[in-house]
Design a protein around this ligand. Structure first.
Ligand code: FMN
Length: 180
């Protein structure tokens, strides 16, 4: 089971559109998948009090991650890193249970030409620090605004191919790692 995490709560985020497409690719490949969208996390969860609260205000989301074999982040880059909501969400997850022996894939999304490379690197550092197992084949999507037509259809054929390859590879990676 793979859980996708959309790394922003911004209404109309392109990352959500890409994440929804990622979800559909998993389903088409017959891989069991769920989608956690940070816009669905209650606002009060992002209070400083949440860090010490038990159960966690994000307990239902944390439980889904604890049950998942792999987590696939689809995140935009905000100010050279991951959005604050994503970092805070990660900060709330139980350590080491949510990270150790769990596989993580990263897709970054950006309007600019650098394709969110800083966010992808930032996230990789955080997950590695938390002892998660990174799937090295990252996909970074730049110029995202021009990859959707006026009916919101994705037109980036090359990017879609890269996503399909990443998702197939991650599915196989997760199977191997979790069966050791
Ligand atoms: C607060 C904020 C900060 C941003 N910082 C960056 C950045 O550092 N690098 C970048 O390439 N794009 C940046 N962007 C633009 C995003 O690449 C753009 O919004 C893109 O559509 C992906 O974000 P979205 O999923 O919110 O749509 C930023 C956008 C916001 C709202």
């Amino acid at each position: 089971m793979i859980e996708i995490i959309i790394g922003t709560s911004r209404p109309g985020a392109y990352s959500r559109k890409v994440g929804t497409m990622v979800f559909e690719i998993y389903k088409a490949l017959g891989i069991e998948v769920g989608l956690i969208d940070l816009k669905d996390v209650p606002l009060e969860a992002f209070s400083g009090d949440s860090i010490n609260a038990r159960p966690l205000p994000i307990q239902s989301f944390a439980d889904r991650i604890l049950k998942a074999d792999g987590v696939h982040f689809v995140t935009p880059e905000y100010n050279g890193g991951v959005p604050g909501v994503l970092k805070f969400f990660i900060d709330l997850l139980p350590f080491p249970e949510a990270f150790q022996n769990r596989c993580f894939a990263i897709t970054s999304v950006s309007a600019g030409m650098w394709a969110g490379i800083r966010a992808a690197g930032h996230l990789e550092d955080v997950v590695t620090y938390k002892e998660g197992i990174i799937f090295n084949q990252k996909v970074m999507i730049g110029g995202v605004v021009s990859l959707f037509d006026e009916k919101d259809n994705f037109t980036g054929e090359k990017e879609k191919e890269r996503l399909e390859k990443q998702i197939k590879g991650f599915g196989e990676f997760v199977k191997k790692i979790r069966s050791i």
